[in-house]
Design a binder for this molecule. Structure first.
Ligand SMILES: *[C@@H]1O[C@H](CO)[C@@H](O)[C@H](O)[C@H]1NC(C)=O
Ligand SMILES: *[C@@H]1O[C@H](CO)[C@@H](O)[C@H](O)[C@H]1NC(C)=O
Ligand SMILES: *[C@@H]1O[C@H](CO)[C@@H](O)[C@H](O)[C@H]1NC(C)=O
Ligand SMILES: *[C@@H]1O[C@H](CO)[C@@H](O)[C@H](O)[C@H]1NC(C)=O
Ligand SMILES: *[C@@H]1O[C@H](CO)[C@@H](O)[C@H](O)[C@H]1NC(C)=O
Ligand SMILES: *[C@@H]1O[C@H](CO)[C@@H](O)[C@H](O)[C@H]1NC(C)=O
Ligand SMILES: *[C@@H]1O[C@H](CO)[C@@H](O)[C@H](O)[C@H]1NC(C)=O
Ligand SMILES: *[C@@H]1O[C@H](CO)[C@@H](O)[C@H](O)[C@H]1NC(C)=O
Ligand SMILES: CC(=O)N[C@H]1CO[C@H](CO)[C@@H](O)[C@@H]1O
Length: 463
């Protein structure tokens, strides 16, 4: 499998674990492979999860004629919350820990001289690796859609990390350097659905939702790690927050420096990385996933607006010239998962008769069979695409020649009851009905969010 983003390959190569190569696909006595960087939830550097491993190339006989992308900003130094809650307290405690004998432990010895790579003034800023990866995605989009005209506009919410990510992507995409204008959409608390940060204008959404459930699991999985570290270095007062902060540092230090001693599999075992990931998955499930009834309402306006832009007749508005082949918008980690719920993707209950989302994310043990894995759906630079395709209708004569498909981080995602086309894409007529049904369920932003301010909006109208 071709690594599409060269920098991801670099990052993977410099970290300790090895990626699978064709040499160890055949029987070998020690075949087990594990890369913690692919299990770091919101701090995972960009990677192609191949979930599911469907071929991302357009199905045979199909050309992509238009596409809309939602992209999370690229890798940053640290987010305020992670830094203030976990990393900074650990770093300060470390600086004060004169009583700790680090040399007594092989795995923790590096802490005697380790220095935090995160300075206060770098907080929330894009790292160089992040900026490089955003530019790579721009180059990759040009490769994916060689026939597309350069977009006249590209959209981003106003935070510096989203703006800079968008600018880097434009650098990779617009070889002339003057064709694509970046439009900034204010992160207002009062613009209803009409922004790239709709959750900020939704009183029914709470950013702390899910933290209680995830801390229950955090306590559980960190207990044996604390015991192990206490036995090794009793002079340091180990807590669950220290363990969690160290695991976060694996991600942040990797996207800053390209490598981190915290990613070592002898420091934290693969099972402990999976527990860190699950702790995050529980939080995102209740916060912006299937465990929060407001999630699809937050994600729907982007889906609806993007689909409307794709549906438009290519010649309808040639006079005003406001149509594009490619629509790209940058936002934060909250929006992509809500869009996925609106699309019914990564639904733990899919294809089952039951719909009890919370039961699929127990706090007593990891559900390894879950579809909802935050590393796969909200890594740095995570991206969700809706593609419109024109296909030779051989074998699909009744379906017409226009088809739609969704791609998440380069993996095609068949939609529930909307997969009657080539490559499990969805025929336009089926897709229109599917969209109308979901619109019925998830529209009504202002009412469902319990908006109390004036002039709220129910639709995204930036395109
Ligand atoms: C570390 O020491 C400094 C200075 O003595 C103190 O202000 C700070 O609260 C201490 N931090 C921790 C986490 O113990
Ligand atoms: C960009 O620059 C080229 C060469 O200078 C020019 O031909 C083109 O019209 C410019 N495009 C825009 C959108 O200004
Ligand atoms: C160890 O940390 C816990 C939690 O922060 C704190 O309550 C306790 O006082 C600390 N113990 C020592 C000996 O510093
Ligand atoms: C799932 O858990 C949330 C708490 O995050 C709760 O508000 C919601 O009612 C639960 N959903 C169901 C279907 O029980
Ligand atoms: C064309 O664009 C104008 C201005 O944006 C808009 O008012 C009009 O409805 C559009 N027409 C069609 C057919 O989409
Ligand atoms: C998730 O799957 C269940 C079972 O098929 C279904 O009832 C539910 O509507 C799905 N949720 C969403 C948001 O699509
Ligand atoms: C796809 O594009 C190729 C190359 O431009 C063209 O030959 C073919 O007819 C197109 N197919 C469809 C279904 O549009
Ligand atoms: C969905 O898109 C249609 C067509 O652009 C628009 O009229 C409608 O207001 C949108 N609804 C929502 C909920 O976004
Ligand atoms: C989208 C929009 O017009 N929002 C405005 C709604 O009203 C508040 C307060 O009057 C303004 O701050 C918003 O800009």
């Amino acid at each position: 499998m071709l690594s599409l983003l060269a920098t991801s390959a670099l990052l993977a190569a410099s970290a300790q674990p090895v990626l699978a190569t064709s040499q160890n696909i055949l029987y070998s006595p020690n075949h087990y492979q594990f890369d913690p960087l692919e299990h770091l939830a919101g701090i995972a550097p960009y990677f192609d999860p191949q979930d599911p491993p469907l071929d991302p190339a357009p199905p045979q006989g199909c050309n992509v004629t238009r596409a809309a992308y939602l992209v999370r900003h690229a890798a940053i130094y640290a987010n305020d919350f992670d830094y203030e809650s976990y990393i900074e307290p650990f770093v300060q405690k470390l600086a004060n820990s004169t009583g700790a004998n680090w040399a007594a432990s092989r795995d923790l010895a590096f802490l005697a001289s380790w220095k935090s790579p995160i300075e206060d003034e770098d907080m929330e800023q894009l790292t160089k690796i992040g900026s490089l990866e955003a530019m790579s995605l721009g180059v990759e989009l040009k490769r994916r859609y060689p026939g597309f005209a350069l977009p006249k506009k590209l959209w981003t919410s106003t935070a510096e990390r989203t703006v800079k990510s968008a600018q880097s992507l434009i650098n990779g995409l617009d070889h002339r350097g003057n064709e694509t204008q970046l439009v900034q959409i204010y992160e207002s608390k009062e613009s209803g659905a009409d922004s790239l940060t709709p959750y900020k204008g939704c009183p029914a959404y709470s950013s702390s939702r899910g933290s209680e459930q995830s801390s229950t699991f955090q306590k559980k999985y960190t207990a044996p790690i604390i015991a192990r570290f206490r036995a090794a270095v009793p002079g340091f007062n180990w807590t669950a927050s220290d363990i969690y902060g160290m695991q976060q540092l694996c991600g942040y230090e990797s996207v800053i420096k390209g490598t981190s001693p915290f990613c070592s599999l002898s420091l934290f075992t693969p099972n402990e990385w999976l527990a860190f990931e699950y702790t995050n998955d529980i939080m995102y499930h209740h916060n912006t996933g299937y465990g929060n009834p407001i999630s699809p309402v937050l994600g729907w306006p982007w889906v609806n607006a993007s689909v409307s832009s794709l549906f438009e007749d290519a010649t309808a508005n040639s006079t005003t010239g406001d149509q594009q082949d490619l629509y790209v918008s940058f936002s934060h980690r909250e929006l992509p998962p809500t869009v996925l719920v609106a699309l019914g993707l990564f639904n733990n209950s899919a294809a089952s008769a039951s719909n009890d989302p919370n039961a699929t994310m127990p706090l007593s043990q990891i559900n390894h069979g879950r579809a909802w894995k935050s590393s796969n759906i909200l890594s740095f630079l995570t991206n969700i695409a809706v593609e419109k395709m024109s296909c030779d209708s051989y074998g699909y004569e009744d379906a017409g020649d226009e088809f739609y498909r969704v791609i998440v981080n380069n993996s095609p995602q068949p939609l529930d009851a909307c997969a009657d086309g080539p490559g499990e894409s969805c025929a336009r007529s089926t897709f229109e009905k599917w969209v109308a049904e979901r619109n019925e369920r998830y529209s009504g932003f202002s009412e469902k969010c319990g908006v109390t301010y004036q002039n709220s909006t129910d639709a995204l109208s930036i395109y």
